[in-house]
Design a protein around this ligand. Sequence first.
Ligand code: ATP
Ligand code: MG
Length: 445
Amino acid sequence: MKTITGELFNTDTAYADFGKKADEIVSVSGYVHRIREMTGFAFIILRTARELIQCVYAPEFSEYRLDEKLCEEACVKITGKVVGSKDRDGNDRYELQIHDIKILSLPAETLPIVINKKQLDGIQLNTVLDLRPISMRNPKERAIFKLQEGIARGFREFLMKNGFTEIRSPKINFAGAEGGTNVFKLDYFGKTVFLAQSPQLYKQALVGVFNRVFEIAPVFRAEHHDTSRHLNEYISMDFEMGFINGFEDIMNMETGALKYIMNLLKTEYAEEVAILHADIPEITEIPCMKFMDAKELIMNKFKYTPSDMKDFDPAEEEMLGKYAKKELNSDFIFITHYPSKKRPFYTMDDPENPEFTLSFDLLFRGLEITSGGQRIHDYNEQIEKMKKCGMNPDAFETYLMFHKYGAPPHGGLGLGLERLTMHLLGFKNVREATMFPRDINRVAP
Ligand code: ATP
Ligand code: MG
């Protein structure tokens, strides 16, 4: 009987690292990224999972005969000898002297856009998004999402090293966590349910089980407006931790995670950082400013009249970002103690001044990327707060089990993956940092 052992893996699409294979005969599979015919020979650039490999075709070395059948985006397996040479700057480089090409498949049509330039030139964002399955084959577009993998991976690795358990909470829920109007309603066998606006209620329940938990998953926000920073579905990197001494513990954990992420990008994603000219911030420490002090700064230093004294508008966030960079030499700034009225029902009020909360936002280069804070853990206090917010505690019976049967001082945060990617790469629109964006005008591809 035939059996499957799980031992044989096809490695010829993996990172080639030719430096270690000089003079060896190797096989590499990938896409024909570009063909450049010269007199008597040709360059075939092979695109593998993460790199572009220069392959040199010369009839005297090759069993395969180059003809017009071999075209861009053909899937091939190229066998050849690894040959060392020098680039313009005198650095070692390696190319493949082609001995044979096996065509695995040919495209049915030529591409509607040019993807084999360094970047997609002169193509509108909407077209790029319409054609995502192929526009992402462009090395620069692809690098965005490889780098994004690094961010999520760094978040996960750092938290796991620090005793966090990874969780997966349901996305179809009986209640919205963040409140407000931006919750998607869904008909669920005749009942109305909601798409998760955040994993908040489940994170808290699971603090009662694992003490420290995190989740990297989609959340849904029915934002009715078309802005450059809002998606209707985005990836939230969330964590929640119990037995904290104060909400500074959460800011410390986030700062540690960001340091780890930036370091991971510099070391293991150096190629993508270079392709994207990503400006990776140096983090030693992150300054903190109280909400009301920030408002004063905006009014006095920037001579701006805020429209809302309970939150910041995008222009105010930009001012705070500029201030942090210029005066405090930091790409990040924590704003703490947000007004109670604008924070969700589970937020703990500041015992010293209950009009404000033990909460914070993190701004990165003038854009909110995180909201977090300490949560209420006392059962009666949570019931009171819910009533004050006009909510019916009976509708939250399962959520309140956590508080009712013993909950530690705890808190956590949510960090938007696309927003962080967006400002790391200097994009103006969050959609550029989103593989398949969902917004009021787009649900495909
Ligand atoms: P904003 O004030 O910018 O609308 P928010 O305060 O409503 O954001 P939170 O509920 O605090 O958002 O969500 C936590 C984090 O999730 C934000 O700091 C941001 O990074 C990200 N985020 C929130 N809403 C969106 C969205 N619609 N699209 C993309 N990312 C989002
Ligand atoms: Mg927020």
